[in-house]
Each structure stands twice: as C-alpha cells, then as structure tokens.
Write a protein that binds this ligand. Structure first.
Ligand code: TRP
Ligand code: SF4
Length: 400
C-alpha cells in the first residue's frame, strides 16, 4: 500500500532502556522510511492508571522523546506529538463511547490482567475501563492503516476494528447516499456505469467474489473520480454504505525478546535494565557484574549457557561463530565468564555509542526538542481536525 499511515504510541515512562530499543524503537526507525508515520506520547493513557500522581508525567514525556530522537526517530520523516495536545482524540473518544457496548470493554483480557496486576491502585474508574476505547480513538482519528504493537496490544487493535465496523455500519449510510451514488455513476459515463452495474449484480445476486475483486480494481483504476465518490461506489457494490473510518491492521513487532541483567524480561521495575543514555562506564560495570550460571562457582567448573543470562545477550548480539565459542568454552570450562562477557560488552557499547551521542545533542537543546513536538502537534491536529469534521457530519452534529 502506498503511503499507508502508521500510528503508534507509548505511555510516558521516562528514560527508555534496551528493551524498548529492541522491542519498539528500532522498528519505528525502519518504518519511518516506508510509511507516513505518526508516533505519540500517550499521556492520557498514563493518567488512566496514575490519575492520583500526575506530576511526573511531563518530565517523563520529555525524557522519553529525547530517547526516541536519540534512537534515530527522525522528526523530518515522522510526526511526533503528545496525545493531550491534540484534543480531537478526546472528542472522538466521547463520540465513539456512544456506540461502544460496555461488555466489549469489560471482557478485554488486558482490563482484567492489569487490574489484577496493579492491585494497589483503585482502577474501578470509567477512564480505566475506557483505556482501549481511548486507544481506538488515537488510531481512528488519523485513519491509520497499520498499528505496530506488541503481542499484548493486539486485542486493542482488534477491538478498534470492530468498533470502526460498527461505526461505519451505523453512520456510513449518508442521508442522500443513493442520490450521490447515482450522480457518481452518471459521471463515469454510460459504458463504465454498465460495467459496474454488472459486477454488482454478479456479486450481490450470485455471490461472485471474483466480480467484486474486479470491480474494486476497476474503481481504483478510474482516474477521474473523487476519493469520496470511490468510497461511495465501493459501498454501493457491497451494500455497506460508505466506509468513513477504515479498519486498521495490527503489525506485530517480531524482534528478539530483550533479556534483563538477571535473565528476566528487561524492565525498569525489575531493576535489571540498561538505559539507552547510561554512561559507558555504567553499562560496562553492569554487564561485568551481571549474574552468570550460578552453578558455575569456580573458574574450573564447567557451566551451561542455558542457565546463564549472559547467553541470552549473546543470542541478541553475537554471530554464529561467537555463539559456538561460548557453547563449547562454557561447557568445557575453557573460557572464563569475564572473557565470555567481553563480546557482549563490546557490542552493547557500540550500539549505545551513537544513541548516546545523538541523545546528548538533544539534551543540550531542550528548546529544539520542544519545537519538534510543537510542530508535530500542529501537523497531527491538522489531520485530526479533518477526520473529526467528517465524524461530526456523519453523526449529524452540524450546526452551521
Ligand atoms: N496502550 C499502548 C501501550 O501500552 C500505548 C498506546 C496508546 C497505543 N494509544 C495507542 C499504541 C495507539 C498503539 C496505538 O503500549
Ligand atoms: Fe555464562 Fe558465559 Fe560464564 Fe558460561 S562462560 S556461565 S555462558 S558467562
């Protein structure tokens, strides 16, 4: 798809670590060349769980944005912004809430999981229940086609698709739909109009899917019809009315799981993380002192990489040759753990060098970072305002 639009967001968590880099940011950096990318800080989503403690959100936001930029997200290619600065997200959230069955929200797996996990917080709130709906509004307000997410968020994109379908079903039929379709058909000329009618007949009366596909291709090849007319004619073909909000596709990020210093998933709250802008000395020390196979007590004891967190780093950072050297050397006690860690230390330091340097440039220019975001908010708003205008019209909220 040419110029397909990508949208993704992250809650403001402050400084990011290697887990975020390998799981999300590296992917964003690649996607920004291929798609029309919108990346944003989901500060309202942070409020759904931390409504009683919002004071740290702004600083966490700026720190995170610096990490995005440090990782190579390019404001010249992608639009970077903050959710709460584009109030159209909130209006769409409200309007979509009118047609969202509460049961759809109550049965979200993330709702129950998160509530159980964050038991120390009172999450019996309307805002928290609506978390996936707010996410849908984030996506649909830009008519995003593709949403890169981790496994845990796929259900939210699925929910968004169902909601878009429901919206289109309820509001997609314009009052003067038939009339506009007639006009659009007339504009095509007699011959083309006849073709289209035949395809429609074959599909609707005989269930001929092939005819539907041909008709789609035919409509997309027509140069002189407007985007709106094309959508109407597609709706006319399928009998579904006009699709106003497109259904987004999830894009599963398929990257290696980044282990933490203890072999568990890297996470700030587990205190096993390496932050992207940590000083090289700090990084080196953390890796040097990280846990190894606990059963390898003495240098002369053979070890087993399967029991060792260092091995998980080799899986992310080392080539086949080094990995074979580790496997053999560890099991035979030919190599020591310090020796074994060296290639990992080197690889992590090389990876972080560029990130740290770019990060420092931005740290030294906070005004620049703010301006990047202000410009991004403005650009995002422009798109969002266009879509909310269409939604208002579809929902008969037009008073002038
Ligand atoms: N819920 C997402 C997360 O926790 C963040 C998010 C909010 C998001 N809105 C989004 C992600 C829209 C993708 C699209 O990671
Ligand atoms: Fe772990 Fe390497 Fe030591 Fe084996 S040699 S225990 S893989 S650090």
């Amino acid at each position: 798809m040419q110029n397909a639009r990508i949208l993704s967001g992250m809650r403001p968590t402050g400084r990011l670590h290697l887990g975020h880099y390998h799981g999300v940011l590296k992917n964003w950096v690649e996607l920004q060349h291929q798609y029309d990318c919108f990346f944003f800080v989901a500060d309202w989503h942070a409020l759904t769980t931390h409504y009683d403690d919002p004071t740290k959100i702004p600083e966490a936001t700026w720190e995170m944005v610096v990490d995005w930029l440090a990782a190579g997200v390019n404001p010249g290619e992608a639009t970077l912004f903050i959710q709460s600065q584009v109030p159209e997200h909130a209006e769409l959230h409200l309007l979509l809430s009118m047609i969202t069955p509460t049961a759809w929200l109550e049965r979200m797996p993330t709702y129950k999981d998160q509530k159980a996990k964050l038991r120390e917080r009172d999450l019996d709130t309307y805002g928290f229940l609506g978390y996936p709906l707010l996410q849908s509004a984030d996506i649909l307000i830009y008519k995003a086609n593709v949403v890169p997410v981790g496994e845990d968020q796929v259900a939210h994109v699925e929910f968004t698709r169902e909601l878009a379908r429901r919206f289109n079903h309820i509001y997609g039929m314009e009052a003067d739909f038939e009339e506009k379709v007639d006009q659009a058909i007339k504009k095509m000329g007699k011959k083309n109009a006849k073709l289209l009618k035949n395809y429609r007949k074959a599909y609707r009366e005989q269930g001929d899917e092939e005819a539907l596909n041909t008709a789609h291709a035919f409509l997309h090849s027509q140069q002189n019809i407007t985007v709106n007319d094309r959508e109407r004619l597609l709706g006319y073909l399928e009998g579904s009315g006009r699709s106003i909000l497109p259904e987004p596709q999830p894009l599963l990020t398929k990257t290696a799981k980044m282990p933490g210093l203890d072999g568990e998933k890297m996470s700030k709250s587990y205190h096993n993380a390496i932050a992207l802008r940590d000083e090289p000395e700090t990084v080196e020390k953390a890796l040097r002192t990280m846990q190894t196979d606990t059963q390898r007590v003495r240098r002369t004891d053979p070890g087993d990489p399967a029991r060792c967190p260092v091995w998980k780093f080799h899986e992310v950072y080392s080539g086949e040759e080094v990995k074979a050297w580790v496997q053999a050397g560890c099991r035979s006690a030919d190599i020591g753990c310090i020796e074994c860690k060296q290639p990992v230390i080197d690889a992590v330091l090389v990876e972080l060098k560029e990130i740290r340097e770019r990060g420092r440039d931005y740290e030294e220019q906070p005004e620049l970072v703010r301006n990047i975001i202000y410009d991004g908010c403005e650009a995002a708003r422009e798109v969002a305002q266009g879509v909310i205008a269409e939604v208002r019209q579809a929902m008969s909220l037009r008073y002038r």
